[in-house]
Design a protein around this ligand. Structure first.
Ligand code: AKG
Ligand code: FE2
Length: 284
């Protein structure tokens, strides 16, 4: 199951109905909510990302969110970018927390580790690099010890099917943790990483992806199998998004929950997985 076969179901109408919301999440392993986050705040965060790309010399100073372009994700100093994008302010804004708490049905804690993504289109590139993209994986494989967190993914500018995002396997969390294997084709930042071979995904696990608007949010289960959708947009548009993990406020807080991405990424002894997920690992 490698190719996208359908779209996420819009769960926004379920928001007022605790049982229906939980029922959908239990069955499908995700919740897709449309237009629930404060669009002005999302816009501010997107502008911060643009400001960082300009300040670091990656984007033209005249660029706007509609036409910004960079040569490559890898050439931008990712740690430096974290100073510009004030994601903690966004995630912990009362209007954002209110959405999270409606989804969880209880007070939440937002992880200190956030991944920011600014991926240019690879369409037409002579040697397209997909080194930053993730193969099929479950965040619960890397992140713990508790598995009651949910990955939360938002677009900062509108995404299209062509500009990519995250594709998830519908209902795939129900089989629990899966084996992740090292495979030559699974590489990030030039290093082999572990992933779930596509041929091991079930035929009944439809691979879903939808275009998203600023204000939309996708929640997944810790064991939902998902992977990056490459940016192949033409005419080229940037894919700008960010993702963190959110868990109940009352449960245990592991390494990722407590460690800012920049802290884990700057310590090479923690291994490449720390750069990707913020999780220390000597394996890869
Ligand atoms: O945005 C992507 O390319 C991958 C996202 C992902 O793996 C996550 O949010 O956990
Ligand atoms: Fe992930």
């Amino acid at each position: 199951m490698t190719y996208v076969t359908g779209e996420y179901t819009d769960c926004t109408p379920l928001l007022g109905d605790r049982e229906a919301l939980d029922g959908f999440f239990e069955e499908h392993g995700y919740l897709y909510l449309r237009g629930v986050l404060d669009r002005d705040l999302v816009r501010t965060t997107a502008e911060q990302m643009l400001e960082g790309l300009v300040a670091l010399g990656a984007a033209d100073p005249r660029a706007t969110l509609d036409d910004v372009a960079i040569d490559s994700f890898e050439e931008v100093d990712e740690v430096a970018m974290h100073k510009y994008v004030k994601y903690d302010d966004f995630w912990n804004h009362p209007s954002t927390l209110e959405v999270f708490e409606r989804v969880f049905g209880e007070p939440v804690f937002v992880f200190r580790s956030t991944t920011i993504r600014y991926y240019p289109s690879a369409a037409g590139a002579e040697e397209p690099s997909f080194a930053h993209l993730t193969p099929f994986h479950q965040d619960g494989f890397y992140i713990g010890p508790n598995k009651d967190f949910r990955p939360v993914w938002i677009p900062l500018v509108a995404t299209t099917k062509e500009s990519g995002g995250v594709a998830l396997a519908d209902g795939s969390h129900r089989r629990g943790p899966r084996e992740h294997v090292v495979h030559e084709s699974f590489r990030r930042f030039g290093h082999p990483v572990r992933g779930i071979p596509a041929e091991l995904m079930g035929e009944d696990e439809a691979l879903l992806h939808s275009a998203m608007e600023p204000g939309d949010v996708l929640f997944m289960h810790a064991y939902t199998c998902h992977k990056s959708v490459p940016n192949l947009s033409s005419p080229p548009v940037m894919r700008m998004s960010m993702d963190t993990r959110v868990q109940p406020a009352t449960t245990e807080r592991g390494f990722n929950a407590l460690t800012p991405w920049t802290e884990s990424a700057k310590d090479p002894s923690k291994g490449i997985m720390s750069k990707i997920t913020g999780t220390p690992s000597a394996v890869e």
